[in-house]
Write a protein that binds this ligand. Structure first.
Ligand code: D41
Length: 679
């Protein structure tokens, strides 16, 4: 076989593959490979063609950018073609490109550049006639796109009419339509809850939305736009790219606020680096930075080659999507016992980090994806959230791929797993007796928005639980510096710091305390609502489901969870102990002060009818301070059996001493008055 024949058939195969992927991506919105893999495949074809130019065919995907318009949308010829962008992927490639620009113009000194985030969305062209949006089109192959006017009109950021004045009679505006990450996530959460197909990524979300035949469907998808250039601009003659952006903005078109003008290569590279550092916080996906020589006079002098301007380049960032293999699925137990499948992946570089885990939410998600161990999967990392598996690449499924089943018992404590009728989530019912739930509960308790115990990290909690130093949150406040210093990697200094952090955390707010308890369905804002409504812990502990349901934003489900939590004896015990150990918060702003506020009590000796901790908790709930030692400031000393030195000290200082019976009387009197039987 002649060498040429081999190459020709190899080219034919590559073209078919590229066409196939293009079709899946642009027309079906159902890609089978990641963008990086597609780019590699395309480049393989392009480079083989470059080495064998006589074998290039007119119908090769390299000879036409984009896919043909789908049936159903009218073709639109752009007034001026929409150019495409050259790419570079390293500082050096960028510097080389800049060097070529300068030598082409024999330009001395630095260029000024306009830098913009490269939005990962759908490029569109908007035609404004006499300031009114008359037509919107996709980019298509750059010459001819599709008329998507009806759909684009539903994108809230697209003005239907320009603002101000001075715009040309006919103006083509170019921009990128995208789906903000928050909306993308919200959309997918809803889809998952309704058992509908989720969006693979925000760009596909935007593309799919714009391709809807019914604009009502597009309108229901949250899309936005950033505008970045003008095509036809009849009589409007800006002199720089930065002027274009400022003017578009003035006419009411959304322009990216992260755009900036910078000087020279150094300015561009600094811009690329700092934008990359912000990437996770932008709220939308970008795949790099577009850098444009700012001066139009210089742009014109540089010109364009094969539909790409020489004066602009895209600096590519690491892709936020990649394909890899599912090695296994682990089942993890959450704070409230929810069993969550977690995908263990062949490590893969996505969005600048190596990813080896992805969340799978629940078994329904596994079913929806039809996920099996050994599958090739598409992994997406959007912003700073946990990576997600967005798609199984069925075409690459190995024959021995194993189906997945939910374990029947808890992986942490072996208790039988329960799944309520109609519920998506399966749970371990063992509560705090399950070590996994205990760890998570402690982590939640100490977290920043809860008790905010600095230095109480995951590793430390693991050790505390494993060594049985801590069973429930109250045990944290019983830890001593010696206990902690025994643990691995704990120097004396950090032990002292942790004790200090624990002590500091005792002064909290009622809302934080409620949140810290980790009651199912009670997040931060519900905790605030409960705190404001009930004012005191005593009132909240006693609240019926009906009373709870009166709180703003608390429905029957939350009310039932709160009631159930306070009905459990071990929860009541933990709360009493936390209060007795000194956890406290400012009394609510009530017209009437707490009955014992301003008083300091001391408990000494053993009480017959209750523990000292319980007595302390009740006193604290009534506003008293309970101190460990007697001083001139002490209001009352409660002396139980075997009271010793504290009793003597009280007598010496002339502090009132009462016995258990008198204590009970006092508690009962005040608790009824304040509407609280016992906290
Ligand atoms: O944000 C973008 N995706 C973006 C795309 C941008 N900020 N600027 C762009 N500038 C151009 C030129 C320089 C040709 C006016 C672009 C694109 N082009 C572009 N979008 C799709 C293909 C080309």
């Amino acid at each position: 076989m002649a060498d040429g024949d081999g190459v020709a058939s190899e080219l034919a195969t590559l073209r078919e593959k590229v066409r196939d992927h293009l079709h899946r991506y642009h027309v079906l919105d159902d890609p089978e490979i990641s963008d990086v893999e597609y780019d590699a495949l395309f480049e393989q074809l392009a480079s083989l063609e470059r080495r064998h130019p006589h074998l290039v065919t007119a119908d090769s995907p390299t000879q036409r950018v984009g896919a043909p318009p789908a049936a159903g949308f009218t073709p639109v010829v752009h007034e001026l073609p929409m150019l495409s962008l050259d790419k570079c992927a390293s500082d050096q490639e960028f510097a080389e490109w800049e060097g070529r620009c300068r030598s082409r113009l024999s330009y001395e000194g630095h260029f000024e550049f306009a830098c913009e985030p490269k939005i990962d969305g759908v490029a569109v062209s908007l035609l404004y006639e006499a300031g009114v949006l008359t037509r919107a089109a996709t980019r298509g192959d750059g010459q001819t796109g599709e008329d998507i006017t009806a759909n684009v009109r539903t994108v809230r950021g697209v003005p239907l009419k320009l603002r101000g004045d001075g715009f040309p009679p006919r103006l083509e505006v170019r921009g990128e339509i995208y789906m903000p990450l928050a909306d993308f996530r919200a959309f997918n959460e809803k889809a998952a809850a309704a058992g509908e197909r989720a969006l693979v990524n925000p760009r596909n979300g935007a593309a799919g939305s714009l391709r809807q035949m019914d604009p009502k469907l597009t309108a229901a998808r949250p899309l936005s736009i950033f505008c970045y250039s003008a095509g036809l601009r009849q009589g409007w003659s800006p002199t720089t790219q930065s002027e274009v952006l400022a003017t578009l903005q003035r006419w009411g078109l959304p322009v990216n606020r992260s755009a900036a003008t910078v000087q020279g290569v150094g300015g561009c590279l600094d811009y690329c680096r700092s934008l990359l550092a912000e990437r996770d916080q932008l709220g939308y996906e970008i795949d790099g930075v577009v850098m444009k020589v700012n001066e139009f006079a210089l742009q014109e002098a540089l010109g364009a080659v094969t539909r790409k301007p020489r004066w602009a380049i895209a600096f590519k960032y690491p892709a936020e999507e990649a394909t890899t293999t599912l090695r296994a699925v682990d089942f993890q137990v959450g704070r409230t016992g929810a069993i969550t499948p977690v995908a263990k992946l062949e490590p893969v570089f996505v969005g600048g980090v190596t990813v080896s885990n992805a969340t799978l939410h629940n078994m329904d998600e596994i079913e929806r994806l039809d996920l099996r161990v050994g599958d090739a999967v598409l992994v997406h990392r959007a912003g700073d959230v946990i990576p997600q598996i967005t798609k199984v690449i069925l075409a690459r499924r190995p024959e021995d791929a194993e189906t997945l089943a939910m374990p029947s018992t808890c992986p942490a404590c072996d208790t039988a797993i329960e799944r309520g009728e109609g519920e998506v989530v399966a749970r371990c019912p063992a509560g705090l007796t399950c070590p996994a739930q205990r760890r998570q509960a402690l982590r939640h308790f100490g977290s920043r928005l809860a008790m905010d115990i600095g230095g109480l990290g995951e590793k430390l909690i693991d050790q505390l639980v494993t060594r049985e130093l801590v069973q429930d949150p109250s045990d944290l406040y019983r830890l001593t510096a010696e206990n902690i210093a025994e643990l691995e990697r704990m120097a004396e200094k950090s032990a002292a710091n942790l004790i200090a952090a624990l002590n500091a955390s005792k002064a909290t707010t009622f809302a934080r305390f409620i949140y810290a308890l980790g009651i199912r369905e009670v997040g931060e804002s519900t905790a605030v609502a409960l705190a404001n409504h009930f004012g005191t812990l005593a009132a909240l502990r006693e609240a019926t489901e009906e009373a709870l349901a009166e709180v703003p934003d608390v429905g029957p489900v939350v009310a039932a969870q709160v009631r159930q939590f306070f009905a459990a004896a071990h929860n009541q015990r933990v709360i009493d102990e936390l209060l007795a150990l000194g956890v406290q918060w400012p009394a609510p702003e009530q017209p009437e002060a707490a009955p014992l506020s301003g008083e300091t009590w001391v408990l000494t000796g053993a009480l017959a009818g209750m523990t000292r901790n319980a007595a302390k908790a009740r006193l604290v709930a009534l506003g008293a301070k309970v101190a460990a030692s007697v001083s001139a400031n002490t209001t009352r000393v409660v002396a139980g059996d075997g009271a010793g030195s504290k009793l003597a000290e009280a007598k010496r200082l002339g502090v009132t001493v009462i016995d258990e019976e008198e204590l009970l009387d006092a508690l009962q009197k005040h608790e009824t008055r304040s509407g609280a039987d016992s906290p």
